[in-house]
Ligand binder design. Structure first.
Ligand code: NAD
Length: 297
């Protein structure tokens, strides 16, 4: 079924996601504060809207892909009163679980329906429509959004009620951040013990140390030719985004009184590393920070 979609936030992720929806036959009205982002999206069939309100007023479904929770809550404040009753608001941004729950409450209070549906898979996944969506909200809302999510990705998992998608996202990325640091420390320890990268990779990738950070995004050049380490750590998944996601995880850890030493430490290490490299380096470049801070490096 063809739907009318208001797509708000046409940046690195939102631009190609909106393009994939037009490709699937939907009518997409796009808006971004940056005119160049709207122009680029128009090239793939997205109809430029003069404002978010104008797009939302005629939409069946509103999809947002914005930097942080404050942008999402600001958008909802601006447009909820302009939407038709019952419009489905799907926020795909990565934001705080508490902000996601607030967004749900505000949408419902305004007579709308809501889903949080953050993604994994990065810009490459957004372009190739191979993202994984993790959704929080009602079963009916998830079922309605599913064909749209599947036009932009390869998998959509309903994780539970409001905020559950964001919860899954930050838990997954906490595993990823910690495991990338663990793999990096193991390679640097191996270097100090005279062990070649290839030897450690050949053992760990087929033994109990196996994980995505090692076998797909290997932080040293050589063993996995497609990993960012082989292109001087150009992203990939930028260090700044990992720092952001671990910051969200750390807030949730503290708010919930959870004893998660490694998650908190990973957030500190990535914050310090991202302050130096921002979005210019892949998050696997943290191996260089580990090496730089090691004695004898
Ligand atoms: P981006 O900065 O490229 O895009 C965000 C866009 O939102 C910008 O173009 C900005 O102008 C626009 N914007 C901000 N406020 C707006 C408003 N009120 N109305 C209209 N437009 C507005 O960021 P991105 O890389 O596309 O990431 C978007 C979200 O996806 C973030 O929450 C990020 O954490 C998440 N994410 C990113 C990646 C990735 O690899 N880039 C991967 C997974 C998840």
């Amino acid at each position: 079924m063809s739907r009318t979609i208001a797509f708000i936030g046409l940046g690195h992720m939102g631009g190609p996601m909106a393009a994939n929806l037009t490709e699937a036959g939907h009518r997409v009205l796009g808006h971004d504060l940056v005119p160049a982002a709207v122009t680029a999206a128009a090239g793939s069939g997205v109809r430029p809207a003069a404002s978010a309100t104008e797009a939302v007023a005629v939409a069946d479904v509103v999809i947002s892909m914005l930097p942080a929770g404050r942008h999402v809550l600001g958008l909802y404040e601006d447009v909820l009163t302009a939407a038709r009753p019952g419009t489905l608001f799907v926020d795909c941004s990565t934001i705080d679980v508490a902000d996601a729950r607030t967004a749900h409450e505000r949408a419902l209070a305004a007579g709308m329906r809501a889903l949080d549906a953050p993604v994994s898979g990065g810009v490459v996944g957004a372009e190739a429509a191979t993202l994984t969506f993790m959704a929080g909200g009602g079963e009916v809302e998830f079922t309605e959004a599913r064909p749209l999510l599947e036009a932009m990705g390869k998998k959509a998992v309903h994780c539970g009620g409001p905020g559950a998608g964001q919860a899954a996202k930050i838990c997954n990325n906490m595993i990823l951040g910690i495991s990338m640091i663990a793999v990096s420390e193991a390679f640097v320890l191996g270097e100090s013990l005279g062990l070649s990268h290839q030897a450690l990779y050949d053992v760990a990738s087929t033994a109990s140390g196996q994980c995505w950070a090692l076998s797909t995004n290997c932080p040293v050049p050589g063993p996995v030719p497609t990993s960012p380490a082989n292109r001087d750590y150009r992203p990939g998944f930028a260090a700044s985004l990992m720092a952001k996601d671990l910051g969200l995880a750390a807030s949730a850890v503290r708010a919930g009184g959870v004893h998660a030493d490694l998650g908190l430490r990973a957030a500190e290490l990535y914050t310090a590393y991202a302050e130096r490299v921002g979005d210019s380096e892949d998050f696997s470049g943290i191996v260089r920070a580990v090496r730089d801070q090691s004695e004898g490096s």
